[in-house]
Each structure stands twice: as structure tokens, then as C-alpha cells.
Design a protein around this ligand. Sequence first.
Ligand SMILES: [Zn+2]
Length: 114
Amino acid sequence: MVSTEKKAAEILRQGGVMLSESCPVCGYPLFKLKSGEVVCAEHGKVYIVRDEKEENKVKRDVILQSIEEQLLMLATTTLEELKKEPNDENSITQLLRYLDAIEKVSRIRTQSNS
Ligand SMILES: [Zn+2]
């Protein structure tokens, strides 16, 4: 197993910057990667929340993201079924419903990020 110190050194070597904030789980200093992501050397990606409003926003993002992933999975499955039975109107209707829902979810996500 790679130690946290080794992982931290690796992050720094790749151009990461140590932050003054520490990981809410382990208390180890957090790093900001070149990509802008904030990570803990031990726990990976973390979200820094300063107040309840920000915390709710993060929670909402996480929920929306998992709904979108779920819908994409359902749409993919339906698409496979449709390939087997191209004339199945139920599958077509269902697929369109999923696509519509995905569109809505991604719109909400974009709005909440701006
Ligand atoms: Zn941590």
C-alpha cells in the first residue's frame, strides 16, 4: 500500500498545490491539482463546503449526477432491446422518455452550476 506521504509527494510532483484547508475526514492537508480539482492524498476528490448553502448545492449536484447516470444506463438498455425488436413501439416511447428526462436533468445541472 502506498503511504499518504508518498501520494502527497506525487501530487506535488505533478504540479499540485498544497492548500490551507484540510480534509474533513482525515485532517491531512488538501491539494489543488492543475485541473482545479481539490483532492486529499488519502481520500481522493473532496468537496470543500463553507456553509450550508454550498453543502446543499454539492449534495444536489451529486444527486443529479447519479440520476443522469442511471437514466443513461436505462436508455442504453432500452436501445439494445430496440435493436433486437426495431418495431417495438413501447421501447421507442420509453427511450424518448428517458432522453427527455436526461435533457431536463442536464439543464438543471447547468443552471445550478452557473
Ligand atoms: Zn482525507
